[in-house]
Design a protein around this ligand. Sequence first.
Ligand code: 2AL
Length: 247
Amino acid sequence: MKLLLINPNTTSSMTEAIATGARAVACPTTEIHAVQPSFGPVSIEGHYDEVFAAAGVAEQVRAAHTWQPDAVVIACFGDPGLEAAREACHAPVLGIAEAAFHAASMLSTGFSVVTTMTRTCIIAERLVQRYGFEHQCRGVHGTDIPVLSLEDGGAQVLDQLEQTARHALSHDRSGAIVLGCAGMTTLCAALSQRLGVPVIDGVAVAVKFAEALASLHLFTSKHGDYATPLAKTYTGWSAPLGWPTAQ
Ligand code: 2AL
């Protein structure tokens, strides 16, 4: 199968790290095409960043149309542009936060999210509400580790994530940890070993869920609000992103 993996930020080293993590868990027959937007923030750490990241996801979904992916994964914990991508695609589209919440709720009665900047906690909390996981998510915890420090942060980053996760497990009385950033994919195995509880990397579970849905020939419903976007003229810098009549 062909899987389009979108890193919604514009840091190519992060796109590569996410792609490496995704390929490590994917079936040998899964071809992963990892992309990032041509514009937008180098990391997504707030509402303002997220607006441009969502537009970047739309751009990449449009750009990959001719490649005809069998599934799409949006690899940022805010799931930017998820519903827009579902309108634009026939293939299943998965966000890593939504996928991680589903996986965590199958592995424990309650989970905690450990994320990057404390200011992003509200984004995860609102996704918990939107997706209906209020009864399973027992807390969202910021570490104030910037997204781009995850990559080369070394032992200090791992120690800080472990410390926050241990606090979350006891404070929230939760049984599993959801990693709240795609950039944490490389740290999942080490954290899992240290904590001895399920540690869920949304990138990994989204890739496996995507493979499962695609192998069952399931697709995004075009009946109702995920119908293909209306053909429309877009103006200004977004002009190339308007939905054409011939799609
Ligand atoms: C993220 C993420 O997954 N990628 C990014 O740039 N920001 N999420 C986060 N909570 O920091």
